[in-house]
Structure formats: structure tokens, C-alpha cells
Design a protein around this ligand. Structure first.
Ligand SMILES: [Cu+2]
Length: 260
């Protein structure tokens, strides 16, 4: 909310002060970070329900105190409400609390769109899940298992499917979790901003070894990533080079080497 107002105000100020700067800023929008936005929404919801909870607790305590047993078993008399104030007591609180719900729901909707709207500039990697591994394929054909290496500062989209049953690719640090299913392509994207290592785990019970279906997301600095992918590409080319003596027609294609 504050961020929106701040951005709006900054945009307006820039528009009046220097139109070209504003146009330039508009031409290259910053890559959103769903994980950061998710945290913001989470904190907002926690803040809202804490305030509401405290408010309700105070009101409840006050009513309990008001209705306590008095000496002599005194019978209370409540003032009769006019129809207008009776309706007011129902309708006004409904709108107050509903507006908080609607505000939160609207923010959730905006965030959902961020999660579904993959940035144009991105690294696209195919993922096939199976009992019990995550198999990644890079655009150049390089394949890894249970280890996804990505460059920092580049959004990554995973196009996912499964060769057996339902799995769910869950990266807690990036606040993303999406099912992979046989016969269907699903996707998720995340924005790794700095080098580091993160856990990926299966979040859909898929069999007895489900708990071991874990891997790592390794975020490297862009130049380190470039060196790594080049090295893997060279290895792949060496591994899949045709064997001169083998007759091409009678021998099935050799599968690409898998890194374990
Ligand atoms: Cu699984």
C-alpha cells in the first residue's frame, strides 16, 4: 500500500518535473519479486488480524465485565434500540470488517497476477519430475538432476511435467510451489536476486521416498553461471558425439548424459 502510494507519488512528481525521465522509467519496468511481495502481503494479513483480534478481545472482555453477576442477583435492563440504530450496529461493523477483507483480497489478486505473469526476459528451463527426482533441462540441452543452477538477477521460469504421479515443486525461500502432473504442463517462476543456495522439496505426497525428494537451487553470479553452463555444454557435446564405427541406422540414439 505505502509502496503503491510512494510509487504513484514518485511517478507523478517525475511526470511534472521531467517527462523524458518518466517515459524512460516506464519503458523499462523493474522486474517484480513475488517472494518480497508475498512477504509484504503476509505481514499485512498478520497485522490486520492482530488488530482485529485485539479489538474483539477488548469488546468481549468489556461485555463479560458488564454482564457479570451483581450482589443481590440484580436483573439488568438494557435500553431499547431504535430500528435505525439496530440496523446501524449490524451494517456498519460488517462494512468495516468486509472492507479489510476486500482490501486484502484485492492485494492477493494483484499478487496472484504477479505469480502468473512471467517476465519477458527470463531463463526458461524444463522440469520433469519422477519418483524420486527433479530432472531439469536447459535451453541448450544440458540436463541436471536435483540441482538447478541459475544466474542471479534473471527471472527463471520452470515448465513442468511429471512422468509418473503428482509432485509439487516447492522452493520455500522463493515462496513458490506448483504441482507437476503427468500429461500437463504447469509453470512457476521466481526471481533469484543474489547468489546463494536454496532448498527445493516435494510438497505433494508421491510415494514412500517422498521425504527424500529434495534438491538444491544454486544461484550463481552471472559470469560464474555463464562459465558453468559453457562447461556443461562442452561436456554434453563430448558425451553425445557420434561414435565413428557404429552404423547410424541400427543403433538407438544414445541418451544425453545425466549429472547426478
Ligand atoms: Cu514427489
Amino acid at each position: 500500500m505505502h509502496e503503491t502510494i510512494r510509487r504513484g507519488a514518485a511517478g507523478l512528481a517525475a511526470l511534472f518535473l521531467s517527462a523524458p525521465a518518466w517515459a524512460a522509467a516506464k519503458a523499462e519496468p523493474a522486474i517484480p519479486d513475488p517472494a518480497r511481495d508475498w512477504d509484504r502481503l503476509w505481514n499485512e494479513v498478520i497485522f490486520d488480524i492482530t488488530i482485529i483480534g485485539i479489538l474483539f478481545a477488548i469488546v468481549t472482555a468489556w461485555f463479560i465485565w458488564q454482564g457479570r453477576r451483581r450482589p443481590g442477583n440484580e436483573v439488568g435492563a438494557s435500553p431499547k434500540l431504535s430500528p435505525a440504530s439496530a440496523v446501524g450496529w449490524v451494517v456498519i461493523p460488517i462494512f468495516v470488517f468486509l472492507s479489510i477483507d476486500l482490501y486484502t483480497a484485492a492485494n492477493g489478486w494483484v499478487l496472484w497476477n504477479t505469480y502468473r505473469d512471467v517476465p519477458d526476459k527470463r531463463l526458461e528451463i524444463k522440469l520433469e519430475s519422477g519418483m524420486y527426482s527433479w530432472d531439469y533441462t536447459y535451453p541448450n540441452g544440458v540436463r541436471t538432476q536435483n540441482e538447478l543452477v541459475v544466474p542471479a538477477g534473471m527471472p527463471v521460469v520452470l515448465r513442468m511435467t511429471s512422468r509418473d504421479t503428482l509432485h509439487s515443486h516447492y522452493i520455500p525461500d522463493f515462496r513458490v510451489k506448483e504441482d507437476s502432473m503427468p500429461g500437463r504442463i504447469t509453470y512457476l517462476w521466481f526471481n533469484p536476486t543474489k547468489p546463494g543456495e536454496h532448498i527445493v522439496t516435494c510438497a505433494e505426497y508421491c510415494g514412500v521416498m517422498h521425504g527424500y525428494m529434495a534438491g538444491r537451487i544454486i544461484v550463481k553470479a552471472p559470469e560464474e553461471y555463464a562459465a558453468w553452463i559453457k562447461g556443461e555444454e562442452t561436456k554434453l557435446a563430448a558425451a553425445s558425439a557420434p561414435e565413428p564405427a557404429a552404423p547410424a541406422a541400427s543403433k538407438p540414439a544414445k541418451p544425453a548424459a545425466k549429472k547426478t
